[in-house]
Structures are given as structure tokens and as C-alpha cells.
Design a protein around this ligand. Structure first.
Ligand code: ATP
Ligand code: MG
Ligand code: MG
Length: 352
């Protein structure tokens, strides 16, 4: 069978490896850090940095296709890999999603609604942006932000100095604050043959900038559900995408606004492991391996709750819950804010 290379050995890489193994496929992980969660289940591990051309070359030569679990892969590393083996999802998805300014512009050019935004590379530009967009608003670093890191909220024009200082001179964007009624996400997949399939949208709740809980079904009307899926499909097709993509949406009375996209399996899609015959990890592996997509229709109502930091100390109690499916990532140290696992609870039969 084929071997799939995965850039990044965190929990997403681990769950992709498990899904690949179930399909009789092997995985080979590339990861700079020691003892990555994915290496416990993959067939091979390369421990090296992304500037190690020899290591990248050896890795690429050992696999049939390369995919990734995070979007911040250096361009130079992608160049080395792509000269040897295909990268799926393709380079365009990475180019667009590595930078919030590029991403917002791309979405706007697709005629999708986004929050008002402005390019901010110095304090004077921030002052101008605040004058145009107003407050409340959020300043975000263009690159490398996740779990709400690299963000500063502006509630008054008096906060400009403080907010800019928090960017530590990195290029940023200012976004108008969206007064949403809910946050939802669509986990969408596209095969190499161009078929598109979306999982049912999930409703997301964040705590301290980190995803806390996803609930399916989301509280959406049938029309809103259709809108969400059409938005995701439009993005997939525009990128000629192959694999699973996460699309985060704000639901407002005036329609849905795209917050951000992630060119990979997504934390808010973990519920699919216990709510669908084919989950997001298998769907991604199928797509990148050139297989047809599987059946991702939802057969249960599910809540997914992240186990973050010390939450993982409750494992013994969670293990006794009859309707709780535990997913633990095998990380040694439960640091604050670190995703240690998640628990999926079946809450009923599909109610919508
Ligand atoms: P992730 O871990 O999902 O990649 P991130 O660090 O990229 O997160 P965002 O998704 O941009 O950050 O923002 C985190 C959360 O902050 C959002 O899910 C939402 O709750 C809130 N938020 C972000 N931007 C806005 C906005 N323009 N208006 C209102 N709320 C926002
Ligand atoms: Mg993000
Ligand atoms: Mg987000």
C-alpha cells in the first residue's frame, strides 16, 4: 500500500496516522520536536528541522504523497518536497491561509462576507485603521497565531499604544468586532476527482481563546445550514483543494461571516469520530491518497469537549461515563493551555 508523509507530529498527525492505518496505509511523520504524539502510531519518524534539506529529501523520497497537520510550513521546505512528491492539499491553500491578510483578501474576492479589515504594519496605520473600522475591534498578527494568541482587543481608541505593543512589531490586521449570535464551523472535504462532501456544521464555544466545546447539531435553520455548506464548497473549489478544510463562521442576523479557514483537519471536527461512519481523519486520508470520499453523514448527536492542561486529570472519572468516548493524545506533560485529549459524548439520535 501507499505511504503518506505527514508534516507535523501533534495530535492531528496522530489521528491521521490512526485513520491511515485502518485503511491499510502507512504514515511517515516529519517533526522537529522530540517524542511527538503521532510517532507513537506512525510507521516512521524523521526528527529534523524544516531547513534540513537532506532530511526533507529523504522523507519525501520515502512516501507517495505529503500532507500536513498545520499551515505554517516554511515555503523553502515545501519547495524541496514538491520537487519529489505531490503535496496535498496543494500549495495555494497554504499560501492563502498562512497570512490573515492574504486569507481575508482571498475570501473577499470570492464575494464571501468577512469582517471589515485593514493592513496594519505600524502604529500610524493602526491609528488610521481604528478611525476607519472603529471599536470594538481586534488586532491580530498576520502570521503564526492560534488559540487566540497574537491578538489584542481594542475597546477604545485610547488602547492603540498598548495593542500595537502587543504585536511586538509583527505585521498585523485590524478586524472589526463581529456581533455574532453563534460561532459554527464546517468541516469540508474535496477529493482529487473534485467531489465535495461536508460534515454537518458544528457549533463552537471558546474559552480563553481556545476551543472548549463543539456541539452537533448546531442551532441553525435549514437555510443557514445550506448557506454554511455552500460557503465551504465555494472555498474548496476556488482552491482546487484536495483534502479536509475547516471553515470557521460567525452567524449573524445578516448572514454568515467567514472568520478563518484551516487547510487541514480541525479541532471542531473531532466529533465526527463518534458521529459518522467516516470521520474527518479518514476523509482527509482518503482524499490525499486519491480515494473516493466516504460517507460522512451524521448518525448521532454529539458534543466534543477538549481536555486542556489539568482537565486530563479527570480521565479516571471520564472513563466511567458510559456515553463518553475518550481520545487521549499520549502527551507526557499537562501544561496549561495544552490540548491533552478530548471527549465525545453521544447525546442522542439525530434530531435534525
Ligand atoms: P484558532 O485556534 O481557531 O486558529 P486563532 O488564534 O486563529 O484561533 P481566531 O479564530 O481568529 O483566532 O479568533 C479566536 C476567537 O476570537 C474566535 O473564534 C472568536 O470567538 C473571536 N474572534 C476572532 N475574531 C473576531 C471578530 N472579528 N469578531 C468577533 N469575535 C472574534
Ligand atoms: Mg486560526
Ligand atoms: Mg479560529
Amino acid at each position: 500500500g501507499a505511504t503518506i508523509g505527514i508534516l507535523g507530529g501533534g495530535q492531528l498527525g496522530r489521528m491521521l496516522s490512526v485513520a491511515a492505518a485502518r485503511l491499510g496505509l502507512k504514515t511517515h511523520i516529519f517533526e522537529p520536536g522530540a517524542d511527538p504524539p503521532a510517532s507513537h502510531v506512525a510507521q516512521a519518524l524523521t526528527t529534523a528541522h524544516y531547513d534540513d534539506t537532506a532530511a526533507l529529501t529523504g522523507f519525501a523520497q520515502s512516501v507517495d504523497v505529503v500532507t500536513y497537520e498545520f499551515e505554517n510550513i516554511p515555503t523553502s521546505a515545501l519547495d524541496v518536497i514538491e520537487a519529489i512528491v505531490p503535496i496535498r492539499p496543494g500549495r495555494e491553500a497554504l499560501r492563502v491561509s498562512q497570512d490573515r491578510l492574504t486569507e481575508k483578501t482571498f475570501l473577499q474576492d470570492l464575494d464571501l462576507a468577512v469582517a471589515p479589515f485593514a493592513d496594519v504594519t505600524n502604529q500610524a496605520m493602526l491609528t488610521e485603521a481604528v478611525a476607519r473600522i472603529g471599536v470594538p475591534s481586534i488586532l491580530k498578527t498576520r502570521r503564526f497565531g492560534y488559540d487566540g494568541k497574537g491578538q489584542a482587543r481594542l475597546t477604545s481608541a485610547d488602547n492603540i499604544d498598548h495593542a500595537w505593543a502587543q504585536m511586538a512589531a509583527q505585521p498585523a490586521i485590524l478586524e472589526g468586532f463581529v456581533d455574532f449570535t453563534r460561532e459554527v464551523s464546517v468541516i469540508a472535504a474535496r477529493s482529487a476527482q473534485g467531489e465535495v462532501a461536508c460534515f454537518d456544521p458544528g457549533e463552537n464555544l471558546h474559552r480563553n481563546g481556545i476551543l472548549h466545546k463543539t456541539t452537533v447539531p448546531a442551532r441553525l435553520s435549514a437555510a443557514q445550514r445550506t448557506d454554511a455548506v455552500l460557503i465551504a464548497a465555494k472555498i474548496l473549489n476556488a482552491l482546487d483543494y484536495v483534502g479536509v478544510l475547516g471553515v470557521e463562521l460567525f452567524v449573524t442576523d445578516g448572514g454568515q461571516i467567514v472568520n478563518e479557514i484551516a487547510p487541514r483537519v480541525h479541532n471542531s471536527g473531532h466529533w465526527t469520530q463518534n458521529g459518522c461512519a467516516v470521520d474527518q481523519f479518514e476523509q482527509h486520508i482518503r482524499a490525499v491518497a486519491g480515494w473516493p470520499l466516504g460517507d460522512g453523514s451524521r448518525y448521532a448527536d454529539v458534543t466534543m469537549e477538549n481536555l486542556i492542561g489539568a482537565d486530563v486529570e479527570n480521565v479516571a472519572a471520564l472513563a466511567k461515563e458510559s456515553d463518553a468516548a475518550l481520545h487521549l493524545y499520549g502527551k507526557a506533560e499537562a501544561k496549561p493551555g495544552r490540548k491533552m485529549g478530548h471527549v465525545n459524548r453521544i447525546t442522542g439520535s439525530p434530531s435534525s
